[in-house]
Design a protein around this ligand. Structure first.
Ligand SMILES: *Cc1c(COP(=O)(O)O)cnc(C)c1O
Length: 488
């Protein structure tokens, strides 16, 4: 079987995916996050013989999908389930997953109005709903991008072009040649992906000047103020709406004041923290974000839609086609009319880093249509409650020590059992982190917070319940005892 036109197993392949979905999804709450034994199955991806070259004669759609599903449903990291507290990633809601299937079914290219009015119109609706979800003013506009990393690239690219203009240079046309290094200032919460964005944009990751007032990385506003005054030239400020070890926030309104006073561009990385806006309990954390010039957010975290889903908002969206237009290709639309116009769609390929792109708006549209503002607020508030519950459980466990306040959905703590000297605690907690992943019942990752190795479980998955959080604490305590015994 070598020609798709002659393969009659296509329907069967699709049916197999559909039939696997129900049992797989309903198994998530009851299964370990990862089964280490399943790794052996990965060899089957190389069949017929281990390391064999691409087969000349294909096995057909039905058989290929049978194998992919058999290996996949067993060997996947079941991170869509309720006990995956590692990183900060959610799991697709049912309508988000179904919306994603629909995006694959319709196979749209969301690049231009001319490639798919359906996809570009749905993207405009999805972006408008997201903007409203976060309470951003109507002047904000943007694009869906692959991730928060790409959203940071988008915001910082727009900042770069703005900054080039201040120096009389069209960076889109002429690059950075002849310009000084772009000053980029932040507190210590700045995320690695903001540095990666600067690295991609030709500024270099070392462009970031960090002004922190303590070992946790809290921003030193007075130092920023002094430095901006000293620079006396346009600069870019990066604010963090949600730091990844503790969920703390930079004081965004103060950063907006500084940006205004010194004529700087304010970019805010709100990958997951933007969702603080959904609850009156946490909305204060993002106060001032509406004064940012650019904002980066993630969908595949707290929105619980499939990867790859990020979004970038600009206060002045007309800066996007300046940075991302592709003039000179006669067969493509020009950037002049790229922005959304009511009832006429938009050319999103000219508003963000990608050209051809899948219709990632469909899962966002579907989950927001299904649950609305109230549904998402309820989920976020449940997670806030679960984080407080986790913090209380940690505080009540004599061998655990919480290392930070819990303003949002992350609890930063470490094991500190009696009788283990301080200088051994980093090693103990590193082993504890590795033991958690090897055990697989719950997943959480380690970090280094204020110089101490710590766990930092994050709660953003719609499936997570009190029982899952309680099990996390139980497993951590059990494995702490085991690691202590091993360390002797
Ligand atoms: C997760 C995260 C990112 C990067 O997101 P990706 O989607 O993995 O690219 C950036 N900034 C913050 C604050 C994050 O939490």
């Amino acid at each position: 079987m070598t020609d798709p036109l002659r393969d009659d197993g296509g329907d069967e392949a699709l049916r197999r995916v559909y039939e696997a979905a129900g049992p797989y999804l309903s198994s998530l709450p009851g299964r370990p996050v990862h089964d280490p034994d399943s790794v052996a199955l990965l060899g089957e991806l190389w069949q017929p013989a281990g390391g064999a070259p691409l087969p000349g004669r294909g096995e057909g759609a039905a058989a290929a999908l049978e194998r992919l599903l058999r290996v996949g449903t067993a060997a996947a990291t079941h991170s869509a389930g309720p006990r995956f507290f590692h990183f900060i990633i959610g799991g697709a809601t049912p309508p988000a997953l179904a919306g994603d299937w629909t995006a694959a079914l319709l196979d749209q290219n969301a690049a231009f109005r001319a490639s798919s009015r359906l996809a570009t119109e749905t993207e405009t609706v999805a972006l408008t709903w997201l903007r409203e979800l976060f309470g951003l003013p109507a002047t904000f506009g943007g694009a869906l991008v692959a991730s928060a990393t790409f959203a940071n690239v988008t915001g910082l690219a727009a900042a770069t072009h703005w900054w080039g203009e201040r120096h009389g240079v069209d960076v889109a046309a002429d690059g950075l040649t002849g310009l000084p290094r772009m000053p980029v200032l932040s507190g210590g919460y700045v995320h690695a992906s903001d540095r990666k964005a600067l690295q991609l944009l030709g500024h270099g990751r070392n462009a970031v000047e960090v002004h922190a007032r303590d070992a946790a990385g809290r921003v030193d506003l007075a130092a920023l103020d002094r430095r901006l005054a000293e620079l006396a030239s346009p600069a870019v400020l990066i604010g963090s709406a949600g730091e990844v070890d503790t969920g703390d926030f930079d004081p965004l309104a103060d950063l907006a004041d500084l940006a205004e006073r010194h004529g700087a561009w304010l970019h805010v990385d709100g990958a997951f923290g933007l969702f603080a806006a959904l609850s009156p309990r946490t909305a204060g954390l993002v106060a001032g974000i509406e004064r940012a010039d650019s904002i980066a957010g993630d969908g595949h975290k707290w929105l619980n839609v499939p990867y790859e889903s990020g979004f970038a908002f600009l206060r002045d969206p007309s800066r996007l086609p300046v940075a991302f237009g592709m003039p000179g290709a006669a067969y493509l639309p020009g950037r002049g009319s790229a922005l959304p116009t009511p009832g006429e769609g938009a050319d999103y390929a000219l508003l963000g880093p990608e050209s051809s792109r899948r219709a990632r708006s469909l899962p966002i549209w579907a989950t927001l249509a299904a649950y609305g503002r109230d549904g998402y607020r309820a989920m976020v508030e449940r997670h806030l409650d679960l984080a407080q519950r986790l913090a209380r459980r940690v505080d009540a466990s004599p061998e655990l020590q919480r290392l930070a306040e819990v303003p949002l959905c992350i609890v930063c703590f470490r094991a500190r059992p009696d009788g283990v000297p301080e200088e051994s605690l980093d090693e103990l907690n590193r082993r504890l982190g590795a033991a958690l992943l090897a055990d697989g019942r719950v997943y959480a990752g380690t970090t280094v917070h204020r110089g101490r190795v710590a766990l930092r479980p994050a709660i953003v998955n719609w499936r997570t319940t009190e029982a899952d959080v309680d099990l996390l604490v139980e497993v951590v305590r059990e494995l702490t005892a085991k690691v202590v015994a091993e360390l002797g």
